[in-house]
Design a protein around this ligand. Sequence first.
Ligand SMILES: C=C(O[C@@H]1C=C(C(=O)O)C=C[C@H]1O)C(=O)O
Length: 391
Amino acid sequence: MSEILDLNEIRQQITVLDQELLTLFAKRRALTLNVAKSKVQQIRPIRDQQREQELLVRLIKHGKTLGLDAHYVTSVFQTIIEDSVLNQQAYLQSLANPNIQVPTVSVAFLGNKGSYSYLASHRYFSRRAEKIIESGCQNFADILQQVESGQVDYGMLPIENTSSGSINEVYDLLQHTNLSIVGEITQPIEHCLLTAVNTSLDKIRTIYAHGQPFAQCSNFLDKQKNIRIEYCDSTADAMAQASELQDETIAVIGSEEGGQLYQLHALEKSIANQRENHSRFILVARKSVEVAEQIPAKTALILATGQKAGALVECLLVLKEKGINMCKLESRPIQGRPWEEMFYIDVEANLKSFALQEAINTITQHTNFIKVLGCYPIEHISPTNVPSDEI
Ligand SMILES: C=C(O[C@@H]1C=C(C(=O)O)C=C[C@H]1O)C(=O)O
């Protein structure tokens, strides 16, 4: 006869193990902070992908002897390494900008509790501040106005999404602001259909959604018959309305994590057109920041060339000559000047670097207008992979 297994007792053992794992994670984090301190002394870059690869190969081999598959070990340690690199970057940034190191920060974002902007703000500051004073806004212009007037320290704005592209309204607002971009964060967007009460898809008649999630879920929505879309100012607004109405015919497009704050449950998960759906947010402040040299930096520029033939090409050639990688180019019309365009250019370079300073000086000769929107650490940590023959 097989032995009787006591579920509660086994779960108790798992609970103890999980706590031990957390203690080990914290110890590892503390050690990586010491690594960061030594890199400051030795002026070495934060990221060392060769070390990451060696470490992964060793762990995968060892994991196999314990019955753990390579995929599992790789994904766990990629997450640990990402946290470690971001934490080291945040530490170096706090040294480079002692004035930004404060325990409490105030942040304006779109919507209320539960919006993607709310989740991005909390994730961004989780390793940088102890407390966030939240300021939910009804539109992007309000966010900028609150930062400009000094009502809050920071504004979090979505700038692009992997499925619906650039957020033009934010680009247009950036033309007229004196604020600086001081950070970025990429937030996974996992759209679900959320409801306040137990119901089924065939009973839903109205879906509350913000325009962005609506556009990103068009394939799923096209398949639904007899459904009306109610546009809302934000995802959080949509959630609050559905939560208040407690109606089995009403659903909301939003994240499961955000929905939990309104006691909403996921009726359908992963309803976005693209499975890999991410939004990039930028953080704006009144004062620009310095980016430590050991951290990969991005600089955002806007420029107008007028209607001179080839002027934009001349500007881009300057970047090429200086070996500066352009990671984004966007154009927007200039209000009041028909057919003239404002170009938004993101480059992977530190504003302090000699190459970028020289490039900006030369580019200025080809433009009517040029402005640096900000220089900030690149927050996206691309995972190091292990060559398949090494596994
Ligand atoms: C901790 C370090 O910094 C980074 C983080 C690593 C990690 O968490 O294991 C490994 C290499 C670096 O990209 C290090 O250089 O050892």
